[in-house]
Design a protein around this ligand. Structure first.
Ligand code: HEM
Ligand code: HEM
Length: 87
């Protein structure tokens, strides 16, 4: 797998995981709100299990993300940024 694809994969899984970690955290402290918003799927016990299970992969992925985006051999090349849309 090339580093570009790996970087993208890590970006988007990290973003997804971050959302789930935050939502499950709120599912513990604001359980009634989150339970209603998820149609009863994420009740307090589930939110607790999810939150405790996911913080480890979240932190690992965050470390991989930071390494892949900052380490000279795996971060974006000037070739890649040449394709960026002008803002
Ligand atoms: C929960 C924390 C984080 C999440 C969810 C996250 C998510 C993302 C996502 C989705 C992108 C891709 C944007 C795109 O492709 O257009 C990105 C890019 C980037 N992130 Fe993060 N990030 C987080 C934390 C960090 C931290 C702490 C650093 C500090 C070193 C960092 C450095 C970067 C850099 C340098 C890029 C641009 C790299 C590139 O375009 O290839 N990120 N991040
Ligand atoms: C990036 C976001 C977050 C990370 C990395 C994170 C990480 C953690 C970790 C490491 C623990 C301890 C697990 C253990 O005891 O083994 C924890 C517990 C907890 N977190 Fe989070 N958390 C995040 C966001 C949130 C949010 C947004 C909330 C709610 C507002 C929240 C509420 C809680 C609660 C209530 C506990 C359990 C405390 C207890 O043991 O009774 N977290 N979280």
């Amino acid at each position: 797998m090339n580093t570009h694809l790996l970087r993208k994969l890590v970006h988007w899984s990290l973003l997804g995981l971050a959302v789930v970690v935050v939502v499950s955290g709120l599912g513990i402290t604001e359980s009634r709100l989150v339970e209603a918003a998820t149609f009863g799927l994420l009740h307090k016990a589930n939110a607790f299990k999810l939150h405790l299970a996911l913080w480890i992969p979240f932190v690992l992925l965050l470390i991989v993300h930071v390494v892949l985006t900052t380490w000279p051999r795996t971060r974006r090349t000037s070739n890649e940024s040449a394709n960026d849309r002008q803002v």
